[in-house]
Design a protein around this ligand. Structure first.
Ligand SMILES: Cc1ncc(COP(=O)(O)O)c(C=O)c1O
Length: 473
């Protein structure tokens, strides 16, 4: 019976079997650790993306471009702390400062400390803001959730508009239209536990589709509290917004009194030492930052128009105060300090850092496409900039299943047009076997990745391409 089942396995399954065998051979200690983890933790851990199958490796050290696992394997890493580590893992300049201040006694106090003012001033200055205000929190999820609450409180409206393919963390207001599902696309429910009423009040529009945005706003604009979007779409496909689309989004939201929220959790300080909005010349009403701005720590910021942000305080002009009150670790003094060190470094060395990141991105995306083309495996990379974003260190490899170009989150995440399983699962394992760690087909290059790392990575994609050709043709 078993033999019969095996006989029906398709190439993808056989390839997976092969890769799992190779992966298990090199990660025996991680497998043992995972078995312990499974006995005490749901699914063996605390973050779904980190828990790839058959089991994740367990990191014991990380330095610059690379991470070492429990078995002593070193991987060139493009996950880089969920894209937070733009300088690579454990940059010495932050480590040194934090170590010294920990010696002086810098654990959590629960009192206000002045580093947060420095960080707020710096962020406002970089955005060219004068009248806006900042409040810090500890995750992008919380920051986007609070921005939606502020928008709802400010406008008194009850609908939220977001992009199909937009990920803003797991806040109930925004847990819709993240995963493309057969049949329902980006309109399906994706999490139990979110009140049905909230799901119904979250509307989805298509990225870079001005006509769709105009249609929805025309129909329901007077009920929509906010439109939240990433100017550079992250996990939905690594796609930049077009100049025209963001300009139209600004114009239409202003016309309909909708609060425009830019989620710059990924794009903030990734392409320039500021928000990418500066390049577009579009000023949203609220911006959310996270990841890079914490210098490797749990920091996120909500930056917005003063009259909207005042909802946190007095609730003046609101139906009541918005309880964006903060949590135990909000604006932790050391986190603020780490963020400051990071941002000051990026600003000081912007002339070398950002062109270098852009060159690395160009090299890797082109090299990966060449590696697959050499084996006759249809593949393409997203992650590049456009006429607004001059260069990009992001990369996501895709495997089109038809002849058409993949341009939208719908194209990139629909199994009928793009082999999502190959990107998300098999490519990951194929690269791990060759000492490279990616997520969603690629990731974010850091300043610490040197030419030799990129060359090795392209070689590893080449090995993956050869395997794909062997098993899938
Ligand atoms: C664009 C975007 N917004 C928000 C979030 C949520 O941030 P956090 O993971 O810090 O809660 C993420 C996380 O990946 C993100 O990519």
């Amino acid at each position: 019976m078993k033999g019969t089942v095996r006989g029906h396995m398709n190439g993808m399954d056989r390839l997976r079997d092969h890769l799992v065998r190779e992966y298990v051979k090199k990660t025996k200690k991680s497998r043992a650790v995972f078995r312990r983890a499974e006995k005490v933790m749901i699914a063996g851990g605390s973050h779904t993306i980190r828990l790839w199958r058959p089991y994740p490796f367990f990191a014991t050290r990380a330095e610059g471009p690379a991470v070492r696992d429990a078995d002593g394997n070193w991987y060139t890493d493009y996950w880089q702390g969920h894209y937070a580590n733009v300088l690579g893992h454990n940059p010495r300049l932050i480590r040194r400062e934090i170590a010294a201040s920990l010696e002086r006694g810098a654990l959590h106090t629960g009192f206000e400390a002045s580093h947060q003012i420095d960080l707020a001033e710096l962020i406002l200055r970089r955005l060219g803001y004068q009248n806006e205000r900042v409040r810090f929190t500890t995750s992008g999820t919380l920051a986007t959730m609070y921005s939606v609450m502020l928008a709802e409180g400010f406008t008194g409206r009850d609908l939220v508009l977001k992009i199909g393919g937009g990920w803003h963390g797991a806040s109930p207001y925004l847990l819709k239209g993240v995963k493309f599902q057969p049949g329902t696309g980006f309109e399906g429910d994706e999490s139990a536990g979110v009140l049905e009423d909230i799901l119904r009040r979250t509307l989805i529009t298509r990225f870079n589709d001005g006509a769709d945005l105009e249609r929805i706003l025309k129909e329901k604009g007077d009920r929509i509290a906010c439109f939240i979007l990433e100017p550079f779409l992250g996990v939905g496909g690594f796609l930049p917004a077009s100049r025209e689309y963001l300009a139209l989004a600004r114009e239409l939201t202003a016309r309909y009194g909708v609060v425009l929220i830019f989620d710059e959790v990924v794009s903030g300080f990734r392409f320039i030492p500021s928000g990418v909005q500066v390049l577009y010349g579009v000023r949203p009403d609220i911006t959310v930052f996270g990841k890079i701005i914490g210098g490797g720590h749990a920091v996120a910021a909500v930056v917005g128009r003063r009259d909207i942000m005042e909802g946190c305080e007095s609730g003046k002009g609101f139906r009541g105060r918005v309880r964006f009150d903060g949590g135990t670790f909000s604006a932790h003094s050391e986190y603020m300090r780490a963020g400051l060190i990071m941002l000051k470094h990026l600003i000081r060395h912007a002339d070398t850092i950002y062109p270098r990141l852009a060159r690395s991105g160009d090299k890797l995306r082109a090299g990966v496409e060449r590696a697959f083309a050499a084996e006759g495996v249809p593949a393409m990379c997203t992650g590049a900039g456009n006429d607004v974003i001059p260069g990009s260190s992001m990369i996501m490899a895709h495997f089109p299943t038809g002849g058409t170009l993949l341009r939208s989150p719908e194209d990139l995440n629909d199994e009928r047009r793009s082999n999502v399983r190959l990107r998300e699962d098999l490519l990951k394992l194929a690269l791990l076997v060759h000492d490279v760690n990616v997520v969603h087909g690629g990731g974010a290059i850091s300043v610490a990745h040197v030419t030799a790392d990129l060359d090795r990575t392209i070689e590893a994609y080449g090995q993956a391409a050869r395997l794909f050709k062997k098993f899938l043709n």
